[in-house]
Ligand binder design. Structure first.
Ligand code: PEP
Ligand code: MN
Length: 337
């Protein structure tokens, strides 16, 4: 349930109405917008009669929220959220252009890719240090050494870094060193991990599970937010369908759906969706045209020899051309680029 207060309600009255809600055993979440103030009521509101609040002279209207997610719900927060990743803003027109190799392979490799994507206009560097691989015999990532490489490249090139956290055991070191902590598709419903991410205030890039519905995905964001960290960015990376020609199927509909149902920024990863480098360009363009708040794209300086996901990685020159075109599209749809 949400309580919309009349414009210009005083702080004193906001607190008074908030206390009325708390006296009913509910928690509150206040959103102060430019136009209005909203009190989100969190807890079991099914037995509460909205008329209790509607009669208050400061209350404009009371609405029941159908969805099980509250903090992530646009009804609670009508304006787009802006997530700040070490000075790079995402959301409300600000675009995230995240690029880099699937896996960190060496300092020289990451440095070369980072320099080129930065020159092309990317504003964040990705690279996996801990890799979730289907086979235990595949390259598992360089682990802590990979994280140190990312930090060294960040120092040299100056782009914030994005990398995947797989285990709660690394939470503290990630919190200290990583600008945007990625939670991969396979861990989207690792609820213990999600709860722990709520204890820090580092921004989180929450990828959609391989077969997660929108509601399941947003509920995972809700876990992080309910535990105290509201800096969540959603990332669609393709879902499992009956089609086997492509690695996954990119769900472009997720962009307008999530932007309607939530206020969180939505980033698209066309690389893991299609699994083929030549699908990245058309899908990236379509995603931005459909309103995405950013793109995460795998770029490798030598894809033929990549230790992971070479087939879906763009070469730096292709990324350069793509980003120029994508920025034109972003401008047409009203983004700030
Ligand atoms: C990745 O981004 O490197 C990755 C493993 O992605 P996903 O979790 O979407 O498969
Ligand atoms: Mn990959």
């Amino acid at each position: 349930m949400i309580i919309v207060l009349k414009p210009h309600t005083s702080e004193e009255n906001i607190t008074r109405v908030e206390n009325l809600v708390k006296n009913r055993g509910l928690d509150t979440h206040i959103v102060r917008g430019t136009e209005m103030t909203i009190i989100g009521c969190i807890g079991d509101t099914t037995l509460i009669d909205p008329r209790l609040f509607e009669v208050d002279s400061c209350v404009d209207k009371v609405m029941h929220v159908q969805e099980p997610y509250k903090l992530a719900n646009r009804a609670f927060h009508p304006e787009d959220s802006v997530v700040d990743v070490s000075g790079v803003k995402i959301g409300a027109g600000h675009m995230a252009f995240i690029a880099g190799p699937c896996s960190v392979e060496s300092f020289e490799q990451v440095l070369e890719v980072a320099k080129s994507i930065k020159a092309s206009g990317a504003n964040m560097l990705r690279g996996g240090a801990f890799k979730p691989r289907t086979s235990p015999y595949s390259f598992q990532g360089l682990g802590m050494e990979g994280l140190d490489i990312l930090c060294a490249v960040k120092k040299e090139v100056g782009l914030p870094i994005v990398t995947e956290l797989m285990s709660p055991q690394h939470l503290d070191v990630f919190n200290e060193k990583v600008d945007l902590i990625q939670i991969g598709a396979r861990n989207m419903q690792n609820f213990d991990l999600l709860k722990q991410l709520g204890q820090i205030d580092r921004p989180i890039l929450l990828k959609r599970g391989l077969n997660a519905t929108y509601e399941e995905w947003v509920m995972s964001a809700e876990y992080i937010m309910a535990a105290g960290n509201e800096n969540v960015i959603l990332c669609e990376r393709g879902i499992r369908t009956f089609e086997t020609y492509t690695r996954n199927t990119l769900d472009l509909q997720s962009i307008p759906v999530l932007r309607k149902k939530t206020h969180l920024p939505v980033v698209i990863d066309p690389s893991h969706a299609g699994g083929k480098w030549w699908l990245v360009e058309p899908m990236a363009k379509a995603a931005v045209a459909a309103g995405a708040d950013g793109l995460m794209i795998e770029v490798h300086n030598n894809p033929e020899c990549a230790l992971c996901d070479g087939a879906q990685s763009l070469k730096p020159d292709k990324y350069d051309t793509l980003l120029k075109q994508v920025k034109q599209i972003a401008e047409v749809v009203g983004k700030k680029v």
